[in-house]
Design a protein around this ligand. Structure first.
Ligand code: AMP
Length: 194
């Protein structure tokens, strides 16, 4: 059973109350399962809601933040473990190393950046950990359509497209996390798309 999960999500709460509710239910379930949350360490938006829910249900939370953001007092002060790093790149690497799987809730540029970087590392065979997008309120529907379009355009292999898994409910998030990852990476060569 997985012991730690990294969650990427908005540093804003968003307008749809379902986003906040999803962050609460995911955090509560992570704590209930006795897992550790690894995340960006902020108290802002869905990130703060998520961390609070994990802590409230008895789970452990590791936040990973660049020193600059800690100084700006964006850090969540109640965390079990706050790691300070030097850069956003170092932070993404440490978050990836500390977690056994990745879940993305709705978010903006930061969330998309983190999701696609971790998917790219999987494509390249740098890790074999599951990557799951929780499609709260259909938020990621246009993104899934776009990813399928990338496959149709011959720029993404279907087996690599499958590395980004879709979940529509909390139960599905944990079901997708539990499925083994095809060793899809490592064999990719530019131009070798068919
Ligand atoms: P965004 O989706 O653009 O709101 O960015 C949120 C994602 O990027 C989170 O998963 C964080 O890891 C990271 N991030 C962006 N802004 C912050 C912030 N102010 N404090 C901590 N992490 C942030």
């Amino acid at each position: 059973m997985m012991e730690s999960v990294c969650v990427y999500c908005g540093s804003n709460p968003g307008f749809d109350p379902a986003f906040r509710a999803a962050a609460v239910s995911l955090g509560t379930e992570i704590g209930r399962r006795g897992m550790r949350l690894v995340y960006g360490g902020s108290h802002l938006g869905m990130m703060g809601v998520l961390a609070d829910a994990v802590l409230a249900s008895g789970g452990k939370v590791t936040g990973v933040m660049p020193a600059l953001l800690v100084e700006k007092e964006a850090a969540h002060r109640g965390l079990t473990d706050l790691r300070t790093v030097h850069s956003m790149h170092e932070r993404k690497l440490l978050m990836a190393d500390l977690a056994e799987g990745f879940v993305s809730l709705p978010g903006g540029y930061g969330t998309l950046d983190e999701t696609f970087e971790i998917a790219t590392w999987s494509q390249l065979g740098l890790h074999a950990k599951p990557v799951v997008l929780w499609n709260v309120s259909g938020f990621y529907d246009p993104l899934f359509t776009f990813l399928d379009g990338i496959v149709s355009a011959g720029l993404l292999r279907p087996q690599h497209r499958a590395l980004v898994r879709r979940a529509s409910s909390l139960e599905e998030v944990f079901a997708r996390l539990a499925e083994p990852v095809e060793a899809g990476g490592g064999k990719w060569l530019p131009g070798d798309l068919r």
